[in-house]
Design a protein around this ligand. Structure first.
Ligand code: NAD
Length: 274
């Protein structure tokens, strides 16, 4: 239960972690606005939780600003904004700087990752921080990834943009803490959603999809509960998977050793054919 939150917005609320966050916040009595590029999914979740849905591409500043304006006008002041929508595609042809494919309205994977994983957080803050400062407070929660503290093997664009998301959240917290704007950044490891190829994204680990073979995997519902607990405690860094703290300490203690270890891990995964 998060104090002083009546109205919340969750981006990427149509599926996965975002949907579980919408459900959890609704159970806590929060009025939830579900924002997603997938209009049907957003409407489905909103209907389930007696909320409101908005179809928007968070990689487009005009759409983010319009969505925020609409909520503030029609629903009420936004107390909590969770920038959760994210994308990842994997390196093309095994080259870390490669790009290719396409998604939504943007032409390549790097561009999509920058817009959705980083700029969406900037657009939301650009519109909301002045309002929150004027009202004396508010809460911004940005969902990054453990890849933003460590690395996602086989996805340089995801790794780089999630690091940027963590850096942006740090800057927000440092600059606006004195204005009453609270900031959290969420850095999960594996979560059972479509993002990691699990089509049965019901939110729980029940159902025998086979995903529990992935080390340390959590359900989206469990992650949502841990995020809400972290926000309620006012934590900046929310590590839904506690082992990430150990990995981050090892990386900080000896960066070169950490790179060697990750190279070995990549070989074990068969990433370079050795
Ligand atoms: N699943 C994991 O293992 C994992 C691990 C660490 C971090 N994360 C992060 O958690 C967040 C949620 O991921 P998930 O696993 O629930 O993924 P998901 O693919 O199940 O859900 C992502 C949601 O975001 C929406 N979305 C994508 N692009 C959008 C856009 N441009 N505008 C609006 N909505 C958009 C999708 O339609 C979908 O509903 C992401 O930021 C992801 O990077 C996931």
């Amino acid at each position: 239960m998060i104090a002083d939150v009546s109205t919340a917005v969750v981006t990427g609320g149509g599926h996965g972690i975002g949907r579980s966050l919408c459900r959890r916040l609704h159970r806590d009595g929060v009025r939830v606005v579900v924002v997603d590029i997938d209009a049907e999914a957003a409407a489905r979740v909103a209907a389930e939780i007696d909320g409101v849905s908005i179809c928007a591409d968070v990689g487009d500043e005009v759409q983010v600003t319009e969505a925020i304006d609409t909520v503030e006008k029609d629903v009420g002041p936004i107390d909590l904004f969770i920038s959760n929508a994210g994308v990842g595609f994997g390196d093309a042809d095994d080259y870390a700087a490669s790009a290719g494919g396409g998604m939504h309205s943007v032409a390549d994977r790097w561009e999509a990752c920058w817009r959705v994983n980083v700029m969406a957080h900037v657009y939301a803050a650009r519109s909301l921080v002045p309002r929150m400062v004027a009202r004396g407070g508010g809460y911004l929660v940005n969902v990054a990834s453990a890849a933003g503290l460590l690395a996602q093997i086989g996805d340089a664009a995801y790794t780089a943009t999630k690091h940027a998301a963590v850096g942006f959240a740090e800057s927000l917290a440092i600059t606006h803490g004195d204005n009453g704007v609270r900031v959290s950044v969420v850095c999960p490891q594996a979560v059972a959603t479509r993002m990691i190829g699990i089509e049965d994204d019901s939110g729980s680990l029940e159902g025998g999809f086979g995903g529990n073979e992935i080390d340390g995997i959590l359900s989206a519902d469990e992650v949502a509960d841990r995020v809400v607990a972290g926000v309620a405690e006012g934590r900046f860094l929310i590590l839904t998977h506690p082992q990430v703290s150990t990995y981050v300490q090892r990386k900080a203690a000896d960066h070169d050793r950490w790179i060697s270890g990750m190279q070995r891990f990549r070989r074990r995964l068969g990433g370079d054919g050795q």
